[in-house]
Design a protein around this ligand. Structure first.
Ligand code: F3S
Length: 753
């Protein structure tokens, strides 16, 4: 138990610290005097101060010491720019950067990759040189998607890792707590500051029975999303338990944890089990599983009698495949009901494109099972009726399925193999088969299907399903097709039914690593020069924001009162804007352009309070900024749900926002706003939202006395000269209040240096 075991095969300076974790857990268990769940043990095992830390689930803020950080290329730019502005010589914890988001799907793998490397050269050069300079690992374009690479190389049972991407929880499939954060949180860990997280509640999901036939792990989370909705996991860790968890693969567990982000969960996790041992061995990390076995009882399992805040039970034997969507991942329809539901809702029935892969579903098992269906169709002389694309999750998966034949099966089926990257999942898709504005349906094995996400077309009805169901539907080309009950016609017109999918969880010949796409940092780093051109329109060094002026603000105009769902995609759109992730001034031109103005029900059209003229949201914000006028945004429920994008917080801060006032916030977005020195506030009386008129002016009374748990007052002044007041809540603790006062968390950090 005292041996020194490396966290991975790529770094010689990072070790697994189970001993320390167990000591921390023992201290906390004694203090709390109760059994702990698996997630609690991992979390409390990483406390900065297990003796003194307040621990109340759903209430306290935990100060934690994560084992490592992973960043993707879109978010890494701003995180590293922020880290650089703190002036430290190298990162304090192991960090990796993964080039996956900036590669547009157009013609297929190789060509797209080459084009992306040309187009994004300055960003990739910046990331390559900055990672080398500050001692981080660099995964080059073409290496694969961050979460798949983390699972293959870095995840281990009992670890705590943060990642600047919302689907970081994917690594819960290997028994670790992996939490999606904004770049500013990553900067905390890179700079050796404890990282703060509100102690989550634990939602237990009990799995009983066993899946069979067409059902796969994806269906567990699709069903759960239907039960909990997109908000049901907010502030909670989802911990799976019950005998059902021992009946499927670690990568399947990864899929489930990945999509826990769609119910708003802080993260999701499966306790250490035999499928994880198999996966660790298959990825050449048997030493880690042997080490983990020694700590199974003390650390890597839940205590007997541990209690969850809430329990949901799913019987896997009764579970059927689900198709979720359109426009939201929690609109869950069991496949047997889709015929009726699709027609009733007037959803386009013709499926134009089936897309498999992405970080959610691109394991060897997913690919093998999907390929078994394509093969079955081919044996009957059929190809995909819909267009069909495959986005492999990593170079390792791509090379392995190329060697073992599944890739050829997909190509024979009419599939186009995209680069090992996010591609259409994040709107990096040069879609040609329809015109913008055409109503159409696509089905994917991805995780997220908000309006316009995949192809920028608000009329695209995007559904998510398992790779198996996506492939079957692509053969029929019809959303109503249920392979469990419906027949297809073979090339001679004879009816047949597809066989249920089959496929191995792990490759019998082992994984083929493919091309070497990893770049370790050099030992001698002092003369590495970080490349940022002062004339670049994609990268811009950061200037600190101004500190708070010490006054209660008055007469703040409302830039926009947003109607309905306002996700981070509405606040800071992805797609073509990904290009400007490292340039705050330029990317701010997308601020809230996807949000709907409650006044005129239009996107990107708001009235300037002072001139009465309508203009785009960023233009109006810039006009206010120019006249030195701060402003607020008003929003609805779960504001900022979706991704960890800190640009959604940096942009309003840069454009002159003072406060964002909503019915409720998504956790990551709320923290990001605080980090950037903004005031996220929520209505104590949600009906107040309805009374607000975009022509009103706002005073915020009590900002001067901002204190934990103490509401402030919003005083509204209407155009007719009336005044009314309503209380606003906030979740600032005393340290976060210091961020607000200093102008940002980073300013605060610089003050301490
Ligand atoms: Fe990439 Fe989509 Fe996953 S954007 S990280 S494949 S959710």
């Amino acid at each position: 138990r005292d041996s020194k075991v490396h966290q991975n095969l790529l770094e010689d300076h990072s070790f697994i610290n189970y001993k320390q974790n167990v000591e921390n857990v023992d201290i906390v268990r004694k203090r709390l005097n109760r059994p702990l769940t698996y997630a609690e043990k991992i979390l409390y095992g990483h406390l900065d101060n297990p003796h003194g830390q307040d621990i109340e689930r759903g209430v306290s803020y935990l100060k934690l010491r994560p084992d490592r950080v992973a960043c993707q290329d879109a978010t890494a730019q701003m995180a590293i720019l922020q880290f650089m502005s703190a002036g430290l010589p190298q990162v304090a914890k192991p960090v990796t950067v993964h080039c996956d988001h900036l590669i547009q799907a157009q013609l297929g793998g190789e060509k797209d990759l080459k084009r992306a490397i040309d187009l994004n050269k300055e960003v990739f050069d910046f990331l390559a040189t900055a990672t080398a300079k500050y001692n981080m690992g660099f995964w080059k374009p073409g290496s694969g998607i961050i979460h798949q690479i983390v699972l293959e190389n870095y995840a281990f049972p009992g670890a705590l890792i943060i990642g600047t991407d919302s689907h970081t929880p994917n690594a819960g499939g290997l028994g670790q707590l992996a939490i999606g954060v904004g770049g500013a949180d990553a900067v905390d860990v890179m700079s050796d500051l404890p990282w703060e997280l509100k102690a989550p509640q634990i939602l237990g999901v009990k799995l009983t029975g066993r899946m069979s036939g067409w059902t796969s792990p994806k269906d567990i989370i699709l069903k759960l999303a239907g039960i909990t909705t997109v908000k049901g996991g907010t502030g909670k860790i989802v911990e799976y338990f019950g005998e059902g968890i021992n009946t499927f693969s670690a990568t399947g567990m990864g899929t489930i944890c990945n999509m826990g982000a769609e119910i708003g969960a802080t993260t999701s996790v499966f306790p250490y089990n035999n499928s994880m041992v198999d996966y660790l061995k298959a990825t050449k990390r048997g030493e880690i599983s042997e080490f983990a076995d020694l700590y199974h009882k003390d650390l890597l399992s839940s205590d007997k009698g541990a209690e969850y805040d809430e329990v949901i039970e799913i019987n896997l034997s009764e579970l059927e495949p689900y198709i979720n969507g359109p426009f939201t991942p929690d609109l869950a329809t069991p496949i047997s009901a889709m015929k009726e539901v699709a027609v009733k809702n007037n959803w386009p029935l013709d499926v134009r494109v089936g897309l498999i892969g992405s970080c959610t579903n691109s394991s060897y098992e997913d690919m093998s099972r999907a390929a078994s269906i394509a093969k079955d169709a081919a044996a009957h002389g059929l190809k995909a009726k819909s267009l069909f694309t495959i986005s492999p999750g990593s170079e390792q998966v791509r090379a392995t399925i190329a060697r073992d034949g599944q890739l050829q099966t997909f190509q024979d089926f009419g599939g186009v193999v995209m680069a090992n990257a996010c591609g259409p999942c994040i709107g990096q898709w040069d879609r040609q088969d329809i015109k913008k504005g055409d109503k159409n349906t696509i089905v994917s094995s991805f995780n997220r299907n908000f309006t316009s996400r995949n192809d920028g077309n608000p009329e695209t009805h995007s559904f998510v399903a398992s790779p198996e169901i996506t492939t079957a539907i692509a053969i029929a080309g019809d959303l109503r097709f249920n392979p469990m009950t419906d027949k297809l016609k073979d090339k001679d017109g004879n009816e047949f039914m597809l066989k249920p999918p089959t496929g191995l969880g792990l490759p019998t010949k082992g994984y083929d690593a493919g091309e070497n796409t990893y770049e370790a940092p050099p030992l001698e780093r002092s003369n590495v020069e970080v490349k940022v051109s002062p004339t670049s329109d994609r990268l811009q060094l950061l200037k600190p924001f101004d500190a708070w002026d010490g006054k209660d603000p008055s007469d703040l105009p409302i830039l926009i009162k947003a109607l309905g769902k306002t996700t981070t995609d509405h606040i800071s759109m992805a797609g073509p804007w990904l290009k400007y992730r490292g340039h705050l001034e330029n990317i701010s031109n997308n601020y809230m352009i996807g949000a709907i103005n409650a006044e005129n029900k239009k996107a990107n059209s708001v009235k300037n309070f002072y001139t009465g003229e309508y203009a785009g949201v960023p233009d109006t914000a810039r006009a206010y900024k120019k006249q030195g006028q701060k402003w607020v945004v008003v929003g609805g429920e779960n504001f900022g749900e979706g991704s960890s994008r800190e640009h959604a917080a940096l942009e309003p801060r840069y454009l002159g926002a003072y406060a964002i006032i909503t019915k409720s916030f998504a956790r990551i977005h709320e923290t990001n706003l605080k980090k950037q020195g903004l005031l996220p506030l929520t209505f104590a009386q949600p009906e107040a939202y309805d009374r607000i008129n975009p022509d009103d002016l706002i005073d915020l009374v009590g900002v001067k006395g901002l204190a934990p748990g103490k509401p402030i007052t919003m005083r509204m002044k209407t155009k007719a000269g009336e005044t009314w007041e309503t209380p606003l809540n906030h979740t600032f603790n005393s340290e976060q209040i210091e961020w607000f006062k200093a102008g940002s968390a980073l300013n605060r950090m610089a003050l301490d240096k």
